[in-house]
Structure formats: structure tokens, C-alpha cells
Design a protein around this ligand. Sequence first.
Ligand code: TXA
Ligand code: MG
Length: 325
Amino acid sequence: MTRRLGPDQQGLDEAAAILHSGGLVAMPTETVYGLAANALDSVAVARIFEAKRRPSFDPLIVHLPSADKAFALATSVPAAARLLAATFWPGPLTLVLPRAATIPDIVAAELPTVGLRVPAHPVARQLLERVGIPLAAPSANLFGFVSPTSAAHVLDGLDGRIDALIDGGPCAHGLESTVVAFDGDRPIILRHGAITREQIAALCGDVGEGARVLERPLAPGQLARHYATRTPLRLFDRSDQLPEPAATAALIVVTGPVPDAQHRGNLSARALSPTGSLTQAAAVLFAALREADASGASELRILTCDDSGLGRAINDRLRRAAVRP
Ligand code: TXA
Ligand code: MG
């Protein structure tokens, strides 16, 4: 049984008690829902991998209530990391730093580093303050599937597999945090996310990108196939590439209105942000993918957005979702 908890004092107290006894609690964050466990308890963390059916080579992000508490779990902190933290924490940014010995191997998938994040969501912050231990939390979905941006999405995949869920309503950003490692003092973006490359470059100057800053390739936000829908998904860069509308094909337009009259007539066509706001499109992207996936369509067609700013993170998720096994 998965207990449904409210985002109030009583709910937070119960959640804290479950976490202290090694249990699993799904919590809202400003990006997506996370599946939390005591990051210092290897057995509790092992339960996360089991509940999500997540391969053990995929390291977890550790959540803390403040930058001081986060940096206490790193053996060294480059100046660029301090600057990014001062600017974007609390918020949707994960910093990958050399890990302190207190972080169990299983959290870091035996890498010498750990991903640290101070979330901004008030419920996540209150829980972190209340519980007083670092919380390891991946997105609260079965491994490889679309990340959950509401309590109902969490239950879709994990009902009965986790101890409790705090319902904090829909997530504001709808895209996971940006994951940044460091090569000396140079930030390297490992996963695009809610904080854009442009925002990081404005602060730190030179920014790299890549999945291989350490001695081995870094896992799964980086796996080719991830964020998968069950229904096959086809991506189109331009509206004039879209095939004729078909009753069995759902169309999702990321930014701007549904292109022309013939597609507008298609009841299963949906514009995520008719006014063209990337922020708005990101916030509803995962929910729209889930809905279209459940609609009975035999194909999902997606008109992608420009590859800049938040558009880079949106297109990244869509490309990975489109890869068929
Ligand atoms: O917004 C988010 O980041 C959400 C919320 C719950 O905080 N969490 C999330 O976790 O998306 P997850 O486990 O689904 O994705 C974590 C990503 C993975 O791509 C993982 O490979 C990367 O962060 N990561 C974690 N620790 C790392 C490390 N030490 N080195 C490199 N990559 C790391
Ligand atoms: Mg995930």
C-alpha cells in the first residue's frame, strides 16, 4: 500500500518518520516528482533501485536544504560551482562534485563523484528541513519512462511499490534539473534541463557539454533511449514536413499554434503553448506525452521547437523518447 500524504505538518511528519526508518517517499519538487530515501542508508537507497527497476550503474542525485549542507558532502568545490550555487540554488540545478566518504557507493553508482541539488519547491524544502538527513531522489517513475509531473503520474508507475507519496500538485518546471560537472573550473553540462546553457555561460563564460568527463561514460539522462512512451513517436522539425493528418495519429506542437487548417481540424492535435512560450511548453510536456500515449493513437507526431534555451532540454527529451529499442 502506498500512503497518500498531504503537504501539511502531519503529512511531513509521517513522511519524515518513514524516511528515518528506511522507507521510500515520493515528494514534489519544482522540476518533477522525486522518489526519496535516506541517502546515507545503503539499504534504503537499494530499495529505490528496486522500486524503479533502475539499473545500478545509474547514480542518484542527493537533495539538501542549503548550499552549505550540500558542499559538506563534497571533498572540493570549484569556484564556478560556488557561483552557480549562489545564483541558481535553491532551484533546478544539480552539481556533480567529488564525493565525501559519507556518501555510500550505491548512491553514486561507484563513481568518485556525487550529484547535489538544493530544490526550491516549498514542500521538498520543508521535508528536507524536517527530516534532517540528505535525501537521494531520482525521478519517481519506472526506469526509462516519462518523468512524473503530478501525484497521479507517480501512482501510475509506482503505486504499491513505494511507502508514501506527498501530493504537492503539479510541478512548475516540468523538466528535470540541469546536471553540471566540472573540468577544473569549467562547467560541463551532462544533462540539459530547466537552467539553460545560456544562463550558465552568462555566469561562467566557457561551458562544455558531454557525457564523458570522467573515466567512463555517464549514465541515463544520457542513455539514447529514455523518457519512452509505449506508442511510437516521430519527430518533425518543420510543419511542412508533417504527413497528412490521420485519425489514428496524435499531433503535439511544442511551441506556437497547430500549424494549418488541416491539422487544426484534427481533434487529437494539441499545441503545448499556442503563444510560443518554452517555459509553458516544458511545464506540460511530460503530461501531454502521457495523455497522448494513453489516448489509443497508433503514432505520436511531434513538431519540435528551436534548439536554443529551454528548447534544447525539451528537444533532448523528445529525441530520447523517439528512439525505439
Ligand atoms: O530535477 C531532477 O533532477 C529530479 C528531481 C527529483 O530532483 N531528479 C532526477 O533524477 O531527474 P534522475 O535520477 O532521474 O536523473 C539524475 C541524472 C541522471 O542522468 C544521472 O546519470 C545524473 O543525474 N547523475 C547523478 N549523479 C551523477 C554523477 N555523480 N555523475 C554524473 N551524472 C550523475
Ligand atoms: Mg529520471
